[in-house]
Ligand binder design. Sequence first.
Ligand SMILES: Cc1ncc(COP(=O)(O)O)c(C=O)c1O
Length: 497
Amino acid sequence: MSKTEIFQDIPLPAARDAQELWRWLYTEVRAAILDGRLKREARLPSTRSLARQYSVSRGTVVAAFEQLQAEGYTHTEVGSGTYVASGLPDRSFVARTAGGAAPNLPPSKATLSKRAQETLKHVKVLPASHSVGKAFRSYEPAIDLFPVDLWARISARVLRHAPRSLYGQGNTAGYQPLRRAIAEYIGGSRGVRCSPDQIIVTSGAQQALDLVGRLLLDPGDRVWMEDPGYPGAWFTLRATGARIVPVPVDRDGIIVETARKLAPQAKLAYVTPANQFPLGVTMSAERRMELLHWAVSAGAWIVEDEYDAEYRYSGRPVAALQSLDRSGSVIYIGTFTKMLFNALRLGFLVVPERLANSFEAARSFVDRHPPTLDQAVLAEFIAEGHFGHHVRSMRQVYSERLSVLEAAAQKHLAGLLELTPTAAGMRTVAWLKTRTSGEVAAHRAQMLGLELAALSVFTVKYSRKPALILGFAGCNPNELRRGVSVLAAALRTSARS
Ligand SMILES: Cc1ncc(COP(=O)(O)O)c(C=O)c1O
């Protein structure tokens, strides 16, 4: 194909703005070079003739040519013209061009690693929220009641007064005043025993789990996981190449005796003792001691995920498992995404002293450190007592919302669903009383615009009776009542079919 034919291939631009025009021409010529239509050392038409061909100004063509030359796609011989550079890589190794076909990469280069393929097979990416408080979304707190004005005032104050040093490289383990505020707060509210140096501020609980996996697990290591359990932990820990051992859960939490039979030498146990995800049971004192004894005898780690432990509606909050640990076997995870709002993406780890330096070092190669200014706002929010106040008032609100859900369910869902008595958390388990499977019921409800999941989604091996997981904390009373009516309609249709 001659050079002029190639340029006849390029359609006339839709854009007329000078900026867009030169960028359009630059992109088209670059694409022709990258996919081999313009061969190495081919001479390009003169700027004058191209300008005429496309009815654009010569300046537009010159700008495009200058950019191509600056990026090394062409070179100019004075008095002779512009040529495609000779040193460009082979066609098969160049990147995919805008709108062009994917180059033929060798198969080994074109595929993901086996571990990634295996991990991603089951991962469902959470959609971004386009609404607030939809029934029965379970992963968001009451965003409708978050004190945004107060948060904005503190943010403005922090930004106005922050020393310039806060705009520079931050502390890898987290902003020191935030680490202090967290240590003090969880010491009082959860009985967690730690110094600020044991706290690593993370991007939510998810990054805390990622760091745990990177630092403590080798491929082939066994990991006890509650079944049903939290998929975010399953996927992350499995991505390390560790072998997950599903362990059944009863009314006292993870059944340690069964786990010991299945994998006595496991390297790590992941648990949610305060409010088992998703069944909502609280791990009994006896089970806690059993688990700690096993960890000490097996030289294993326990990861305690306290994602919503402070929301307890009857009785006093149960102290963290970490508070009973004398051996330094427990790694504690907390998150502000459920206590404040999801988009904050701040959480933390409390690690035994002997691990603190390693976690800090690992953090430095993952993403250096969390955004310092956000941490500074959160530190003020906690230190001034707003965090404690917010948690207390949300506890009251969620308890009321739970009562609304229970009352509405009693009225409209009798014979269709039975709610588990719920003492904590942001969601409840609702057992299906019809002969419908959880998946079918969930699908019908989703088709009517509800957000919920079947319990089976969180189950790996130990299946249970069909049930749905209903979030209530993030939904206002009207939305909960509306949701219950819609759910009743969905369940009646699925029961008939
Ligand atoms: C058991 C459990 N852990 C942790 C989290 C929170 O994770 P993150 O802080 O990454 O949002 C959730 C959220 O749903 C959860 O259910």
